[in-house]
Design a protein around this ligand. Sequence first.
Ligand code: F6P
Length: 370
Amino acid sequence: MKKASNLKMIAISTGGGDAPGLNAVIRAVVLSALNRGCKCVGIREGYNGLLKPQAYSDGGLIELTRETVNGITHLGGTILGTTNRANPLKYPVKGDDGQIREVDRSDELLQLFQAHGIDALIAVGGDGSLFIANVLSQKGLRVVGVPKTIDNDLDKTVITFGFDTAISFATACIDRLHSTAQSHRRTIVVEVMGRYAGWIALDVGVSGTADAILIPEIPYDLQKVAQKIAQCERQGQKYAIVVVAEGAKPKGGERSVLEKEVGRAERLGGIGERVARELHALTGKDTRTVVLGHLLRGGTPTTFDRLISLRFGAAAVRALEDGQSGVMVALDPPRVQYVPLKDATRRMKTVPLDSDTILTARDLGISFGD
Ligand code: F6P
């Protein structure tokens, strides 16, 4: 086994929303590093373990040993904790007037890495966390990113870990909704996460036999969905399943935002209820809403997610060993390869309108409300 090219200590941070597979990445990083004679430390809750150490009884930085990562591959969540409220480039700080301001603490963070003898960082996260990782790398830190998000909206990788577990669970939920919708002749609207991309809604809508799928990439007209429901009725199917991405919006309208706070992304939600209300008015049919929400983020990772998480973690250590920095590991089947972090975070990966899954859905008669 090679030495991890003059690396003595690697830090791992998990940032943003949790996703099944985070612990598998941590295990792969730790074992791959230890097997090369390199130590590993975990930073609590994004970078808070370094920026706010007084908040943690263990000082915010924990040594990751073989024992620490024993038996964690199958566990959801992250043993390090995570946050989407502590971006070091826009760190929320309360002023004397009680107002929250955003302060750039990245230089201080770099000094903290140095002070703790950390040679390199493996940053596991979505677009926000990897954008931060790229800035830290441009400022001189050795960084490799690992793409995580149930939303699958990161560019330059075919898939992010967490997505497969989320869609598998959501599809199982929709399977269960068919019988109750059918028994009551109802329309059931299922709202799923995904932020501004429709990957989750599209995949679970097609796999779960939805009648309509509403995604951010295709602004909808509910008259069209009502027509689809009427067609189902005429064809003898007296119920309907409509899958709505939380970021979907009507033609000429706005997406449904629950709240916007300083220092964090806007929180989406409420579109399912809105669609259900309007569909009830248009069709007269009894309509119910199910919001799957954070259920999609929990649970044990699927075999697929475990495997790519382990592959990503090990590949991240190999990248550092080879002297790479400022890159993200990415799945380019059958290989895991490295792409510049700046390319991966330049734009969000949304569903292409000519994607095979959209064409398949249309061929099956599924409505997109367009
Ligand atoms: O990015 C993952 C995600 O679960 C999105 O799908 C969702 O919009 C958001 O995070 C929810 O964030 P929070 O956990 O802050 O409610």
